[in-house]
Design a protein around this ligand. Structure first.
Ligand code: UD1
Ligand code: MG
Length: 468
């Protein structure tokens, strides 16, 4: 093997097609696989392969695709979808002068791996072939372009689209996954000669192969033994199947790193989620985005966690978290909702039907039942009784509630913000507080109880007598 550094390749992702068979208003390449849009998977694989310069060809739903990918890649518009060859030509202004290998990948092949892509460009750079492409075999090759090879030396001589195949060619089971590495200059030069005289009236990218053959160039087809990697997604069932394969890969890699997945069939975890060892994921959990979970936690059953951070030894039981943080040893649920900006410090205990938003909850705080805490801070060691509500919204703006440490907020208290409650405060149950409370005080804000002796017994006798 040569040890010389190989120049980094460029890459082109074809994502302008309509994806009619998806029967959807969403552009095909934005349909998610394991929570990540297909085209994003392709871009991730290219990055993993070491590609820095990526151009995505967009057209149908292009604005949405552009918004989803952001400015980490460049875009070329294909206003009219005249075929994959025409799509590549639209990127000429970005890549026309580039002298090196270019990976060309369809945006609807989400399972392609970084190592396969890297293998193609290393092979192309070392062999100097005009094209090194992946191929794979399918029992049912319908819809795919078939690979024609030279019988004597085995190199690829043409790719024939399913619709253009003769009856014999349809029998060929080696197909084109549309994953290629070209010599960029040779590719653009050959594309100028590609016409659209075929059954679909399109400019086919694979037609450059025939031109290369005429020019005496080498075309290598690398037959893969992992067909899953090359599955193209054209309808929603293929999308679901890809989702299942990717999900299993993610779960397997977590499991071998020490995470217990009780029921892989009902567990959905995104590719960027990090989970520590000895954490148990119980059935029916969806864990997405940039979530990280520490070690020794019990998560689920029935929990949905997105873009959140969970420390070690936490318990999340039948609950929801989004953009929320929880330090070590916290407990949440059942049926609780940590909304964006909820931050729990060590060993906080949040019980059933508690909603917390944009609030800092101190260490060891307990809010065990039926509470809303919004735009607030609660000091360490404070107990929030059942039915406590922070009234943070006056119909126009949001206001803050500050509660000190070691307080006891009695059940069914209503704290009307803005309000500050000091440390070591007792709020009498059922109070409606509208004024600040100094540290150490008892705050009672409800009418005093009056007992009218014998009143009910006498009243009832009178009622019975007058009605009887
Ligand atoms: C293509 C290949 C076929 C291969 C198959 C693998 C061609 C002519 N055929 O066929 O040999 O077996 O992929 O899945 O290339 N696109 C554009 N602009 C266009 C047309 C397509 O950007 O004008 C994009 C699509 O968004 C898609 C990709 O190119 O991501 C492939 O297009 P698609 O229409 O799915 O091609 P296939 O018929 O599947
Ligand atoms: Mg396709």
């Amino acid at each position: 093997m040569s040890t010389a550094r190989i120049a980094s390749p460029a890459a082109l992702v074809l994502a302008a097609g309509q994806g009619t068979r998806m029967k959807s208003d969403l552009p095909k390449v934005l349909h998610p696989v394991a929570g990540v849009p297909m085209v994003q998977w392709v871009v991730r694989a290219l990055r993993e392969a070491g590609v820095e310069r990526i151009v995505v060809v967009i057209g149908h739903g292009g604005d949405q695709v552009q918004a989803a990918l952001g400015d980490s890649v460049k875009f070329a518009w294909q206003r009219e979808q005249l075929g994959t060859g025409h799509a590549v030509l639209q990127a000429r202004e970005h890549l026309g002068t580039f002298d090196g290998p270019v990976l060309v990948v369809a945006g609807d092949v989400p399972m392609i791996s970084g190592s396969t892509l890297r293998g193609l460009w290393e092979d192309q750079a070392q062999s100097g072939a005009a094209c090194v492409m992946s191929t794979f075999e399918l029992e049912d090759p319908r819809g795919y372009g078939r690979i024609l090879r030279d019988v004597s030396h085995g190199s690829v001589t043409a790719i024939v689209e399913h619709k253009d195949c003769t009856t014999e060619q349809r029998e060929i089971t080696e197909v084109n996954p549309a994953i290629y590495c070209f010599d960029n200059q040779k590719m653009f030069a050959a594309l100028d000669q590609v016409g659209n005289d075929n059954s679909q009236g399109e400019y086919y990218l694979p037609d450059v192969i025939k031109i290369f053959v005429k020019q005496g160039e080498t075309i290598k087809g690398v037959l893969s033994d992992d067909p899953d990697e090359f599955r193209g997604i054209n309808d929603k069932w293929q999308l679901a199947e890809a989702g299942a394969i990717v999900r299993e890969r993610i779960l397997k890699s977590l499991a071998v790193s020490g995470v217990s997945i009780v029921d892989p069939g009902s567990t959905h975890i995104g590719p960027d989620v990090k989970i520590g060892k000895d954490t148990v994921i119980h059935p029916n959990c969806v864990i997405e985005g940039s979530t990280s979970i520490g070690s020794g936690c019990q998560i689920g059953p029935n929990s949905w966690i997105k873009d959140s951070e969970i420390g070690d030894s936490c318990r999340v039981f039948m609950s929801h978290m989004e953009r929320a943080n929880m330090a070590n040893g916290c407990r949440l649920g059942p049926f609780s909702n940590l909304r964006p900006g909820a931050v729990l410090k060590e060993e906080a205990k949040i019980g059933n039907f508690v909603e917390i938003k944009n609030s800092e909850i101190g260490a060891g705080v307990s809010a065990s039942h039926l509470t809303y805490i919004g735009d607030a801070s609660v000091g360490d060691g404070t107990n929030i009784g059942a039915g406590t509500i922070t009234c943070n919204y006056d119909g126009f703006s949001k206001h803050r509630t500050e509660i000190g440490r070691d307080c006891f907020v009695g059940s069914n208290s209503t704290l009307v913000a803005p309000i500050t409650i000091g440390d070591d405060v007792l709020v009498a149950a059922g109070s409606v507080l509208t004024k600040d409370v100094p540290s150490g005080a008892l705050a009672v804000a409800r009418s005093r109880q009056e007992n009218k002796e014998d009143w009910f017994v006498r009243w009832r006798e009178w009622k019975r007598g007058s009605n009887g």
